[in-house]
Design a protein around this ligand. Structure first.
Ligand code: ADE
Length: 268
């Protein structure tokens, strides 16, 4: 039953009072949106692992620059009974344990923002998912919130699939859990979020951004003597002629792609 007051004591599920003033959470969400930030949450039984990784490299930098809000969400406290059990044996028999859907569901609901309009994706990591690619990274970089759900053991109860937006695999091999895939995806996505890479460093000249592999790069020494050989930097790169350098790089990128990944050229 709905109360006629603006501030009912008991709210039905998903019901918010129509005319209530915004609380701090809503104000913070609004500001966060204006600043084009991204929130990443990783639901896992190993929050220490994912949190630790996030203290390095690009995730750490993006957190420091306040472009990303990163949090690992421990699945364990959502478990049942005194031992906070999160899994059980599969119905019908078989080896291993299966993550309970009710536990994972509670963790997803707790992790997702309550702001309906927020561009949000709940991502299940599984070898059965869509193969991750630069294109998918670009799509995810448009989101405001990514909630990753990492499995362990033999897998998830099938019913949880109804409550996720996308299932992603990072390749045709089986890992022990979704933590590494979640971090791989987070890193690939974050480097595409404006402001994460320094202004001198652009993501769009690198491998895959134009569905091509990157051209070869050289630095000092100009002539490297190694194993009785003299390995030189291609002359064009020393020419100072930027039009020629760009043309050389484009041709090399194409040559390399044709040789190593012709499938990418077929897809253009
Ligand atoms: N979980 C286990 N293996 C995986 C993979 N290859 N991709 C995504 N999630 C996984």
């Amino acid at each position: 039953m709905t109360s006629s007051s603006n501030y009912p004591l008991v709210l039905e599920i998903n019901q918010t009072p129509q005319s209530s003033p915004p609380g701090w959470a809503e104000v913070a969400e609004f500001v966060f949106k204006l600043m084009k930030k991204i929130s990443i949450k990783i639901i896992t039984l190993f929050p220490g692992f994912t949190d630790h990784y996030a203290t390095f490299g690009i995730i750490a930098r993006a957190v420091k620059n306040k472009i990303v809000k990163f949090a690992s969400v421990d699945l364990r406290p959502f478990g049942v009974d005194a031992r906070k059990t999160v899994d059980d044996r599969p119905y019908g028999g078989g080896v291993g344990m299966v993550l309970r859907p009710d536990i994972v569901y509670k963790a997803i609901m707790r992790s997702k923002s309550k702001v309906e309009s927020r561009k949000s994706k709940v991502i299940l990591l599984t070898p059965q998912g869509k193969t991750f690619s630069q294109k998918l990274a670009q799509e995810l970089a448009e989101q405001e919130e990514l909630v990753f759900v990492c499995g362990r053991y033999e897998g998830f109860d099938e019913r949880i699939r109804k409550f996720v937006d996308i299932e992603i695999s990072i390749g045709d091999y089986v890992l022990m859990g979704g933590e590494l895939p979640a971090l791989v995806i987070s890193e690939a996505v974050l480097r595409l979020v404006p402001g994460v890479l320094g202004k001198d460093h652009s993501a769009d000249k690198e491998s895959f951004s134009e569905q091509m592999l990157e051209y070869p790069q050289y630095t000092k020494p100009e002539v490297w003597e190694v194993g009785g050989k003299r390995l030189r930097v291609p002359k064009v790169l020393l020419s100072g002629n930027h039009a020629r350098i760009d043309a050389w790089r484009a041709a090399e990128a194409r040559k390399r792609t044709k040789k190593r990944r012709p499938d990418l050229l077929d897809a253009i």
